[in-house]
Design a protein. Structure first.
Length: 258
């Protein structure tokens, strides 16, 4: 990380993070600081550990069969892997939006937004107000306000992804993780989600995994290049894309491999 990055504004501090599936080591001692209220992109070729990395940041990795993890993930200085800490509490503070939109198929749009609060036993004084606020945050309210009782899976792919983001925002997280959120969307829907990422980055700490170099350049403030389970380079996005320090970074960005 270069001196151009403010090291005093760290929201998530990852220290020597290692992760396995059985005997296969996916992450090999990742140390990386995620800054508050910034958008951080994670790029790299398939199989380099990007998705495993973000799943470790809210303790989803441990749900996979034969998964293992060591190291620290400090959220505001406290380790999310500390003994006795309920992973559900971690996931309320660190939300996740997956590659494929996954609204609950038998729930209405209204109930999809509230699903996380119900699963976590969170009392909501005014459910309708929360639904409206979350849908407005993702630019979906005006599109669906007259059909909140319709099943969420009846929406278009881009609308479904924004609905899933609204569901995450309803829990009022501090950090939002996005794993290839636009990979299954058309260009118009992708543009809307990218605009949202930029807007939400002013209020939330966002980390996005993407294979799309142009997308990383458009939406992120910082970029980390992963390769073979390690961080090769991490810096301001304009530095990574215009004057990287490592030849492997330049080779990947210019399409020589990956």
């Amino acid at each position: 990380m270069s001196e151009s990055i403010d090291k005093t504004a760290i929201k998530l501090d990852v220290v020597k993070l290692r992760a396995w599936f059985g005997a296969f080591e996916v992450l090999r001692g990742i140390s990386l600081s995620v800054l508050a209220r910034r958008v951080t992109a994670v790029i790299g070729p398939s199989g380099c550990g990007k998705s495993t990395f973000v799943r470790c940041l809210n303790r989803l990795h441990e749900l996979s069969p034969r998964a293992g993890v060591t190291g620290q993930v400090l959220l505001d200085g406290s380790d999310i892997y500390a003994a006795g800490l309920d992973p559900a509490r971690v996931r309320r503070r660190i939300g996740m939006v997956f590659q494929k939109p996954n609204p609950f198929p038998h729930m209405s749009i209204h109930d999809n937004v509230l699903a996380g609060t119900r699963m976590n036993g969170i009392a909501v004084p005014d459910r309708d107000q929360l639904v409206e606020r979350a849908l407005r945050q993702v630019g979906l309210w005006d599109e669906v306000k007259d059909e909140l009782d319709r099943p969420g899976h009846h929406l278009s792919g881009g609308q479904q992804q924004r609905l899933c983001l609204a569901r995450a925002l309803a829990l009022e997280p501090e950090v939002i993780l996005m794993d290839e959120p636009c990979s299954s969307l058309d260009p118009v829907a992708t543009a809307k989600v990218e605009e949202l990422i930029r807007e939400l980055g002013e209020r939330y700490t966002i980390l996005i995994v993407t294979h799309n170099m142009q997308q990383a350049a458009r939406v992120s403030d910082l970029t980390a290049f992963f390769y073979l389970g390690e961080v090769v380079e991490y810096d301001a996005t304009d530095v990574i894309f215009t004057k990287p320090n490592d030849a492997r970074t330049e080779d990947y960005i210019t399409g020589r491999f990956g």
